[in-house]
Design a protein around this ligand. Sequence first.
Ligand SMILES: [Fe+2]
Ligand SMILES: [Fe+2]
Length: 126
Amino acid sequence: MRVGIAEIDGQHRRLLELGKELAEAKAAGKSPDELNRLRGGLVDQTLLHFATEEKLFAEYGYPEAAAHAAEHKRIALQLRQIHARMVGGADVPDEEVMKFQQEWVRDHIQGFDKKFGQWAVAHGLR
Ligand SMILES: [Fe+2]
Ligand SMILES: [Fe+2]
């Protein structure tokens, strides 16, 4: 899971923790308000995380910044849509949320973020 840049790895860990907290809160039967508060936090932290990566792309002149940022935009839109449905009281199927999480974690971090990490480490960023 590590991409090799301390700030990014720390944020990824935090996002995974928040996801776990949310799953646990749901399993423990927490109130919809509490679940929505956790979901809101996860959305905010994800957007903040994307902004952090994009700031690093700009700072270091990452040549694949545009494609990576476009992928963030696509994920953020999907995330906002799922969140809005949940806050609106819709019952979003767990499989849909899990599929999204898997896609975001497995495909994005293992693909786009790792690629940036390798490039950045080779260019002196830690
Ligand atoms: Fe990331
Ligand atoms: Fe990313």
